[in-house]
Design a protein around this ligand. Structure first.
Ligand SMILES: O=C[C@H](O)[C@H](O)[C@H](O)COP(=O)(O)O
Length: 235
């Protein structure tokens, strides 16, 4: 079975968490996009009604509009019932690395504000321990080379051996990738993160760091799309 089919199975199973009248956080990335399209189809068929979405990226907003999912401004949402989002890595304690698409800041704001965060992934995202995927760190462009050195020091202090901290660029060029919020991303290849909580705490203490891709204590359900269906894991 292809990754797309597995992601689709996970996204289909996530619809089971959605009820009429809910306000939803709409995650970003290819798996979240599939969920948004399925949500649009469910609204069109009438199997779900009166659902509104708060998108976590400009791209998700576009996909939602195309799919016919009504959107509301983030500051108009009294509450967010459920957020459905993808992930780059998920460990056994539902700690996540996110931000492969550069949307981590808005994703974290929305996940943190939600009553429930449901993560949709294919099996390749499940890991025993986090860190093989380079950790995205969103930084203010002002003084980003200073911030990058501080990020390197923070990772080293948290036990990461010789991290490789690189500014994310657009395509193959040298122009920095710019997030929806106007920030840069430092991709931090760490190989392994023995203590994600310590890494998160140290990164949070750096002034130029806007947010990082470690999502800890946020996800409550992880849906894994597999060859023969979807496995729903809950904490
Ligand atoms: O910034 C991007 C997000 O955190 C995505 O949710 C994450 O990269 C997973 O994306 P995908 O479902 O495309 O693998």
């Amino acid at each position: 079975m292809s990754a797309v089919e597995d992601k689709t199975r996970a996204a289909e199973a996530a619809l089971e968490f959605i009820e009429d009248g809910m306000t939803l956080g709409l995650g970003s990335g290819s798996t979240a996009d599939i969920f948004v399209r399925l949500l649009g189809a469910a609204l069109e068929s009438g199997s779900l009604n009166n659902v509104k979405g708060v998108p976590t990226s400009e791209n998700t907003a576009r996909v939602a509009r195309e799919a016919g999912v009504p959107l509301i401004e983030v500051d108009q949402a009294d509450k967010i019932d459920v957020t459905v989002d993808g992930a780059d890595e998920v460990d056994g304690r539902f700690r996540l690395i996110k931000g492969g698409g550069g949307c981590l800041l808005r994703e974290k704001i929305i996940a943190h504000a939600s009553d429930l965060m449901v993560v949709v992934v294919d099996e390749t995202k499940l890991v025993e321990s986090l860190g093989a995927y380079a950790l995205p760190v969103e930084v203010d462009p002002f003084g980003f080379t200073i911030t990058a050195k501080k990020v390197y020091d923070a990772l080293t202090a948290a036990g990461v051996v010789r991290p490789d901290v690189k500014l994310r660029c657009r395509g193959d060029g040298n122009d920095p990738f710019v997030t929806d919020g106007g920030h840069y991303i430092l991709d931090c290849a760490c190989k392994a993160l023995a203590d994600p909580e310590q890494v998160a705490a140290r990164l949070n203490a750096i002034p130029g760091v806007v947010e990082h891709g470690l999502f800890i204590n946020l996800a409550r359900a992880v849906i894994v799309g597999e060859d023969d269906g979807a496995r729903v894991l809950e904490l």
